[in-house]
Structure formats: C-alpha cells, structure tokens
Design a protein. Structure first.
Length: 333
C-alpha cells in the first residue's frame, strides 16, 4: 500500500474495505468526461469500466473506487473524505467538482477580478467541503499595489494563508510547496482568467502534462475558459493537483454549516439577542445591531452574511420525509 499512499490513499479509505474485498484493486479517478471516467493506480493509468447503469456525473476527480483487477469493472466507490461541490443556476442536483482534496487553493488575481464577497463564498464552500483553504493571489507582478490585495484577503478569516505570486515564476512552486507534499492533494478553483492553468503548469513542471492557457480581457479583467474538464496531475514532490474549469457565478446552497463557521462572530452575537427569532434588523435588545453600532462588527460584513443566509435558504432544496415532513440534511461525502 506504500505506492498507493503516494496517490493519497490513507487509513480513512482502507478502513472501509470489507474482508471479501481484499482481491479488488483500489484506483483513483483522474478525469471525468460526459461518457467516460479515467482512473490511475500505483502503476499509472488503469483500466476502468463502468456498469451499464452508471452515470459519470456521480463521480468526482479524486474519488477512490474499487475495481475488478482483471476486467477493470467498477465495483463500488469509497466514501469521500472531503467533497467540493456547487449548484449551477437553478440546478437541484449539485455539480461535483473535486473529492478527497486536502487543500483548496482559491485563486484570484490582483486586478479588477479581485472580489471579497466571492472569496467569502469560496471559503464557506471550502469549510462545507472539509478542505483547508489557501487564497492564492496571482498576477502580483502586474500591479504596484499587490500587498493591498493580500491585506484585504487576510482580513477575511483569522490565520487564513494568503500567498502572493506570479504564476509563471519559478518561485510559484516553492511558495505552494508546503501544501503539495507526497500523498497530498490540492485543487485550484476560481474564475476564468485568474491563472489557474498557468499555475498548474508551473506546479507540474512537465511540458507533456501542461494545461492550455488563455488571455484575459484588459477592459474588464474577465478571462476565457481554457480548462473544460477536471483532471488530476502529478506533482514533482509526490503530491497531486486538480485543475477545474472557471466558475463565472458562484451560488451557495445547502451550506448552512459552512456559513455558521465562517461567520461564527455573528452567530455568537446572535445567541445574545433578547429574542430567539431576532432578524437583527429592528428588534430591541439585538446584540448584533449593538455590535455594529459600537464598531465591534462591520456593517458590510453583516450585510454580506444576510445575503448569503437568504441565498442559501432560497436555493437549498427542501428534503421531505414521510407525510411531507421536512427532514434535516446531514453533511455527507
């Protein structure tokens, strides 16, 4: 299993194996396409056949599966340690982005694309996914005020790692090395044009495994989609990186736990309000409004919290149990 550990295998996955599965081959999903799924094992690319009724949308890059070692037929997918997913538009079924990711590199650039509200959304989704977030600020060489962007990003969450770099530089790999060690998996998420694919190329360092890169429109800092499929790439230090297509609009849904953790200061204040169902708008004895009035809580932070709570409530599908009763949703990977 030593070779498998380099792929990210751990006790979390081996503990899921039953006694009658010793002969099955653990393999990791390397890429997901509309009609096929590709996998790797300790020896490199590995055959994987899906059952006739399988749906490729049920798999995420980074998943661990068990397959018949001879036919390559998939037997089952193992439970995920982490899962980054999102709902696009009015979709009720979430889109799987990446699974079993240790570190989520949230990539944005030092230009007009930089947006604190969007970064907060990524941080909430990272919390919900169970991955450790790191904000990566690219194109630092294109502005004289790059440190201004870093200070703003660091203010989003205490202890949040924020890395300032030029994705094309030789130092990029060194700056991100602490999260790219042997057996570690990182994923890059962010808008189009912020330099994710360029950064993947710098991290991988192999011309045979490079991602296409695109230009960015100078007038509005909007990039072009250059990555159209999610894929797993080997890193020189023994780690793995998942590149993902750019996300133009990032909605939140079914992430109440992530919102509560990210805005724990507001949640703590809310517990001190006079009324249990306080809306934190006009009620007397509201500890949240009192904190805003005293300067303890920034008013714009409260506004962003309200927006996210409302959006999450409106976009989260209601799960009904027997007799149409609402049932609680548990965090599952």
């Amino acid at each position: 299993m030593t070779a498998l550990k380099r792929l990210g295998w751990s006790d979390f996955f081996s503990d899921q194996l039953t006694s009658d599965e010793d002969e099955l081959a653990p393999r990791r999903i390397a890429s997901v396409h509309r009609s096929r799924v590709q996998a790797i094992d300790a020896g490199g690319p590995a055959a994987l056949e899906l059952p006739a009724n399988a749906n490729t949308a049920d798999f995420a890059v980074g998943d661990w599966i068990l397959a018949d070692p001879i036919s390559g037929m998939l037997v089952r997918r193992l439970e995920r340690k982490t899962l980054f997913q999102r709902r696009a538009g009015n979709d009720t079924i979430p889109q799987l982005v990446a699974a079993n990711v240790d570190t989520l590199f949230i990539v944005t650039s030092c230009n007009a694309e930089f947006n604190l509200s969007r970064l907060e959304r990524y941080l909430i989704l990272a919390e919900q996914a169970g991955s450790n977030p790191v904000i990566v600020l690219t194109k630092a060489d294109t502005t004289e005020d790059a440190d201004v962007f870093r200070v703003q990003a660091q203010g989003l969450q205490p202890g949040l790692p924020v890395i300032l770099l030029n994705g094309r530089s030789v130092e990029a790999r060194e700056l991100l090395a602490p999260w790219c060690g042997e057996g570690q998996t990182c994923a890059l998420v962010g808008s189009s044009g912020v330099g994710k694919s360029t950064l993947v190329n710098s991290l991988v360092g192999s011309q045979s495994d490079t991602q296409k890169t695109g230009t960015i429109r100078e007038y509005d800092s909007q990039g072009r989609h250059t990555t159209t499929a999610r894929s797993l790439h080997a890193l020189p230090g023994g780690g793995w990186v998942i590149d993902t297509p750019g996300i133009r609009t990032l909605y939140v849904s079914d992430v109440a736990d992530g919102i509560d953790v990210f805005f724990s200061d507001i949640a703590e204040l809310a517990s001190q309000c006079r009324f249990r169902d306080c809306s934190h708008v006009h009620e007397p004895g509201c500890a949240v409004q009192a904190a805003v009035a005293s300067g303890e809580l920034a008013g714009d932070r409260l506004d962003r919290w309200r927006t996210l709570v409302t959006e999450n409530r409106d976009r989260t599908p209601v799960v009904s149990g027997p007799h149409g009763n609402k049932i609680s949703r548990r965090k599952r990977h």
